[in-house]
Design a protein around this ligand. Structure first.
Ligand SMILES: Cc1ncc(COP(=O)(O)O)c(C=O)c1O
Length: 416
């Protein structure tokens, strides 16, 4: 069976992913089962997507019901779900409006277009982003992403983006030109290695954007949707901070967990820019279908009813505390632990400085993740040295402890 799926992929699927040698057949809750019947605790959550785990019965019912009622119409008409979902999101951010699409890259594309429209009459179009950021794989997405590895081979890169070091306000100031129209950052850099934006940096960015008439855009695709314990990552980062409650970006992009695995993306923009993209300015055939919106509304209802934001916050802290204890015991293996709620990264020493990893050229993150897989825990690397945990928001405390015990065992094995 395993060979079958793998060999079909090898023959018929464009090889653009470096896949693990794992073939899954089904899942339930926070567990996935492979075709040989081996069960894994899913701490990667489909890369921050499966926020209710697998096969959630209420989601399955919603999908069935809505598919039978009205699956798709088109954005030439109205339906209740899209309006209600937009209202729910606006209530969780601030007055403004939403545009619905199908992925994170598409959500960011929408924000780039919004920014270009905003600056158009003044000839401003350039967007400043951070080094090590990740904003998607479309042509504008790779141009916006501050990592060379996504750009190589796709030159000429779309003009209109500049990268500066993350968390460095002076670098942003120096990069502003007469063409600059916006700044985009992630609340917590995900692919770049789970690096949170600093509070002072965010507050200074807001002031700078106001002074220089720039849009401040937050990419919350990975760190958003209650993962940090608040709806959006920046809201959690600024919680309890003086001046934090008045912080408001001009645009926010989201996708991933929004419909818990049903493809959906969206961007929100604040009231003063909400009508910039008028009729005919932007569109997406599948954006905000009745099915996607019904699922997203149900996900939001479940997260709030079951207090899953608080669960992410509490269990995330528990996991991080345990990882920090491990880092203290094994400083030669775990060199840092970062994150908030259920977006967690632990940084490993370089492969060449860990004896157990020395015989392979593979980065330490990949070698560690492979050992976790063998031990029954699924997760994903972020770059060469960081291992990411992005579990379902409804992960039980027992599963959180279980995940830590597997990681501990692998660290002990690597250290021995
Ligand atoms: C912060 C961020 N932005 C954008 C994207 C792109 O999202 P998608 O793969 O849905 O296009 C990702 C995906 O990992 C992401 O982490």
């Amino acid at each position: 069976m395993t060979m079958n799926a793998k060999s079909l992929y090898e023959k018929y699927v464009v090889p653009s992913y470096k896949r693990f040698d794992l073939t899954f057949s089904h899942g339930s809750g926070s567990r996935l089962t492979d075709v040989d019947g081996k069960e894994y605790l899913d701490m990667g959550g489909g890369i921050a997507v499966s926020c209710l785990g697998h096969g959630h019965p209420e989601l399955v019912d919603t999908l069935r019901e809505q598919a039978g009622k009205m699956l798709h119409i088109s954005n030439l008409y109205y339906h209740e779900g899209q309006g209600s979902l937009a209202e729910a999101i606006v209530n969780l951010i601030a007055p403004g409006k939403c545009f619905f699409c199908n992925s994170g890259a598409e959500a960011n594309e929408g924000l780039f277009k919004l920014a270009r429209k905003f600056g158009h009459d003044e000839g401003r179009y350039e967007i400043i982003t951070a080094r090590n950021s990740f904003h998607g794989r479309t042509l504008a997405g790779i141009a916006a992403t501050g990592q060379d590895k996504v750009k190589t081979g796709f030159e000429p890169i779309m003009p209109g983006f500049r990268h500066v070091p993350f968390n460095d306000i002076d670098a942003v100031k120096s990069a502003i030109s007469p063409s600059t129209v916006a700044v985009m950052i992630e609340g917590i850099q995900g692919e770049g290695g789970i690096t949170p934006a600093k509070i002072d940096y965010m507050l200074a960015l807001r002031r700078l954007c106001d002074e220089r008439k720039l849009l401040l855009l937050m990419d919350e695709v990975q760190c958003g949707f209650f993962r940090t314990g608040k709806f959006l990552g920046y809201q959690r980062l600024l919680e309890g901070v003086e001046g934090g409650e008045s912080f408001l970006p001009d645009g926010v992009s989201m996708a991933k967990s929004l419909a818990a695995g049903f493809p959906m993306g969206m961007f929100w923009t604040r009231e003063r820019y909400a009508d910039l993209l008028g009729p005919g300015a932007h569109a997406s055939t599948f954006g905000g279908t009745p099915l996607a919106c019904a699922v997203a509304l149900k996900v939001m209802e479940i997260v709030r009813r079951d207090g899953l934001d608080a669960n992410a916050r509490d269990s995330g802290e528990l996991i991080m505390n345990r990882l920090r204890e491990l880092a203290q015991r094994f400083p030669g293996i775990i060199t840092d632990v970062r994150g908030l709620g259920f977006i967690i990264g632990f940084e490993l020493a370089e492969a060449k400085s860990v004896k157990a990893f020395g015989s392979s050229d593979a980065p330490s993150s990949l070698q560690f993740v492979e050992r976790l897989h063998e031990a029954g825990l699924l997760t994903v690397p972020a770059g060469a040295r960081v291992v990411r945990l992005l579990p379902p928001l409804n992960l039980s405390k027992d599963d959180a402890e279980h995940a830590v015990s597997i990681i501990r065992k692998v660290v002990e094995d690597v250290a021995s």
